[in-house]
Design a protein around this ligand. Structure first.
Ligand SMILES: [Zn+2]
Length: 87
């Protein structure tokens, strides 16, 4: 996944948060660790095994899980820090 794809992913999540699984309200570090270590989830960016989970707080849909592999997580963070319009 490149930065443009990550930006697109973030826009998609903002527009359609229901695509992500609902996360518990106020999920703590233990719940994040459990989701990554004890459950099987695929990276939303590329479909490989996810190694990190992030809670996205959607204004319309509440907290949602975002599962990513380490490479996509890195790219998504970069895209999130340097917003740009998709090409
Ligand atoms: Zn990935």
């Amino acid at each position: 996944m490149n930065t443009a794809a990550a930006t697109g992913l973030l826009l998609l999540i903002a527009a359609e948060p229901e695509l992500l699984a609902a996360a518990p309200e106020g999920a703590d570090r233990g719940e994040l660790t459990h989701r990554v270590r004890e459950e099987d989830h695929l990276c939303l960016g590329c479909g490989t095994q996810a190694v990190c989970a992030v809670v996205v707080n959607s204004r319309t849909a509440g907290p949602r899980w975002l599962d990513l592999c380490s490479e996509c997580w890195f790219t998504v963070r970069l895209a999130n820090e340097s917003p740009q319009l998709p090409q």
